[in-house]
Design a protein around this ligand. Structure first.
Ligand SMILES: [Zn+2]
Ligand SMILES: [Zn+2]
Length: 339
């Protein structure tokens, strides 16, 4: 089969690789579509030890069951499926509490084990969810990033928030924006340093859109909310500066959710947190429930992909991946590969 292989640091090529066989409890999925994730671009660009070559990356994928291993029930050859990117052990206390995404022994596809940048990928049956007929392969590959937005919002106590600010108009930011809209947010604000991305966010319903190179973000959000600040601010970048802005733009009693993992140390105003009772919540990965909610949002036409998602054949994978690393394209934000 063909796979997009990462054989050594800084190398990437499409070549023939052996087909996987399912171990007991696994199925082999014929990959229909797989997203290229920002974490993979960054891992490749920075030679991250979290993704050591030789490796086939890819953790955002869907497809069809091609082969069923020993002891697998509930799935048959030909079933359409989407794959949870996190593999959990099922045994630890977090898993038994239903927090499988926080499993102590969790693994992610395309990190230590082969992922979906290939025609076939072996996956534990516990990671599968059925994909309904009306959700396309392109949508199926975006279930995981959409579920990241669902997860972030599900961690908050906001019901019908008046103003939601999303910092970062990359894939996760644009997904979070659309989840917030579907969840009844009355006004959506997006912040990014790239005007092209802000244009897409605007098309998806954000108004106003703010560029920190030009706009004083915190002051603008306060102006816009009669001096109060936003009910909810989601930081989908994860830089020390965006985390600070997220907290400062939140109203007293409001919430901020941190999703991005750009920087680790972060200096904040402790007074803003204590005197304003502002809550900060970390959001990591997704639960099976978030994935099901994301599938439902696609099935009911609540998510728009047209202006910003572009599929490419797997054979162009190395070129597309390198382009995304070196010179982010102007005319799309998210690339998918179709094996
Ligand atoms: Zn990802
Ligand atoms: Zn576990």
């Amino acid at each position: 089969m063909k796979g997009l292989v990462y054989p050594a640091w800084d190398q990437l090529e499409v070549r023939d690789v052996p087909e996987p066989t399912p171990k007991p409890g696994e199925v082999v999925v014929r990959v229909a579509a797989v997203g290229i994730c920002g974490s993979e671009l960054e891992g490749f660009a920075t030679r991250s030890p979290r993704r050591p070559p030789p490796l086939i990356m890819g953790h955002e994928f869907c497809g069809e069951v091609a082969e069923v291993g020993e002891g697998v029930s509930g799935y048959r050859v030909g079933d359409r499926v989407v794959v949870n990117s996190v593999i959990s052990c099922g045994q630890c206390e977090e898993c038994r509490d239903g927090q499988t995404h926080l499993c102590r022994d969790r693994e992610v596809f395309g990190m230590k084990r082969p992922g979906g940048f290939a025609e076939l990928c072996a996956v534990p049956v516990s990671t599968l969810l059925p994909l309904p007929e009306k959700v396309s392969p392109v949508q199926g590959a975006l279930v995981e990033p959409l579920a990241n937005g669902v997860h972030a919002l599900s961690l908050t106590r906001q019901r019908f928030p008046e103003t939601v600010v999303v910092i970062g108009a990359g894939t996760i930011g644009l997904m979070t924006l659309q989840v917030a809209k579907a969840a009844g947010a009355l006004r959506l604000v997006t912040v990014d340093t790239n005007d092209r991305r802000l244009e897409v966010a605007h098309q998806l319903g954000a108004e106003p859109v703010l560029n920190p190179r030009r706009d004083a973000v915190v002051a603008s959000v306060r102006d816009f909310t009669r001096g109060r600040g936003a009910d909810l601010v989601v930081d989908a970048v994860g830089a020390a500066e965006t985390r600070r802005v997220a907290v400062a733009a939140t109203r007293p009693g409001g919430e901020t959710v941190w999703l991005g993992l750009h920087d680790d140390p972060t200096q904040l105003s402790g007074f803003d947190v204590v005197l304003g009772e502002r809550k900060i919540t970390g959001s990591y990965a997704v639960t099976p429930r978030d994935l099901r909610a994301a599938i439902g949002l696609f099935a009911h036409g609540k998510v728009e992909l047209t202006p910003w998602v572009r599929p490419f054949p797997l054979t162009e994978g190395a070129r597309v991946f390198r382009e995304l690393v070196t010179a982010p394209p102007e005319d799309y934000i998210k690339a998918l590969l179709l094996p």
